[in-house]
Design a protein around this ligand. Structure first.
Ligand code: FE2
Length: 324
């Protein structure tokens, strides 16, 4: 079973997005979008402008940016491919703005009114992807729903123990809604961590767990799951007894993290970010980055592809859960 993954793309300046044609040709049956499907606060907008918007204006803005992405030619073609399912999570730029933390926004009267429209826009985006028809996304005159819940935590069995590729479970996380400023207290937050822990602990130990996270688990700078020591330690603890591969985004480059020796097994992380933008969104080198995980009964192979560079590949022995 092949699962493609990437993040960070902007339809405003990037009218050509060849990455989606490459994903379509890969034979992947799932695509995980790890955040920043649009940049509400960049690429023709900025954080100050978004912060000053009323709910209605922000709704028009957010829905407009996601609609532009759904109508982008190569992306729309991929969405219409019914043999591929697309699973999006959000990160800061398609939540509100750079570094925005939900726990903090909830308590700020000046920004709370933006939560309803951003949740509604993201839900509509997810629904349009599920429907395989970009045209089902609301038009500007359609209005938007109040009271849509945040994306939160969701899990999907991509394949079962009896299937030829064995059990594969995808965990879609919400790293923005409950994140506290600085991340020390929470990245996912207690409730989401509890659900994730329960789902992983309850699984058969042969299951491969793909944890989709906007933030990287490890990073030398910027936002990272390491900011929250308790959650970081809890994930490492889970990885001592379960086969976990974290798929992350955010950083506008591809990278393999150094495996964590957590006991008999390792915790793996692979990052793919910068599907269609430049290093710093509109400046820097053009990025066309994506990844592919190919899971069989015996191994998990991971490929990272980018412009003008050789494809990099790593293979994990599924039984030993060690890098080959
Ligand atoms: Fe990004």
């Amino acid at each position: 079973m092949k699962i493609a993954f990437t993040s960070c793309f902007s339809a405003q300046s990037f009218k050509q997005q060849p990455v989606w044609t490459q994903v379509g040709a890969s034979g992947a049956t799932h695509l995980v979008l790890l955040g920043d499907s649009a940049y509400y606060d960049a690429d023709g907008s900025d954080m100050g402008a978004v912060k000053a918007m009323g709910a209605h204006d922000f709704a028009l803005h957010a829905f407009g940016r996601l609609r532009d992405q759904l109508n982008q030619k190569e992306f729309a073609k991929l969405v219409r491919n019914t043999s591929l399912r697309i699973h999006p999570i959000w990160d800061d730029h398609d939540f509100l703005w750079n570094g925005a933390c939900g726990a903090q926004i909830e308590g700020q009267p000046s920004y709370r009114h933006l939560l309803d429209p951003t949740r509604a826009a993201f839900r509509a985006y997810r629904d349009a992807l599920d429907s395989h028809d970009p045209k089902t996304f609301p038009k500007p005159a359609d209005g938007w729903n109040l009271g849509v819940a945040e994306p939160g935590y969701r899990t999907l069995m991509l394949s079962n123990a009896n299937d030829p590729d064995g059990a594969v479970m995808l965990h879609l996380t919400d790293g923005r809604s409950y994140k506290t400023k600085g991340g020390e207290d929470a990245v996912l937050g207690k409730a989401q961590m509890k659900k994730l822990t329960k789902a992983i602990e309850a699984s058969d130990e042969k299951t491969v767990h793909l944890i989709a996270s906007g933030l990287t688990f490890e990073a030398r700078h910027g936002e990272t799951w390491m900011d929250c020591v308790a959650e970081h330690a809890a994930i490492l603890k889970l990885a001592a007894t379960r086969r976990i591969l974290i798929l992350s985004g955010d950083v506008h480059e591809n990278r393999f993290a150094v495996p964590w020796p957590t006991g008999p097994w390792s915790l793996f992380e692979v990052t793919s970010s910068g599907a269609a933008l430049r290093t710093a969104v509109t400046i820097g080198a053009l990025q066309c980055n994506w990844g592919l995980v190919d899971i069989t009964k015996d191994q998990v192979s991971i490929e990272l592809s980018q412009l003008h560079m050789d494809t990099r590949r790593r293979v994990i022995d599924r039984k030993k859960w060690k890098m080959l």
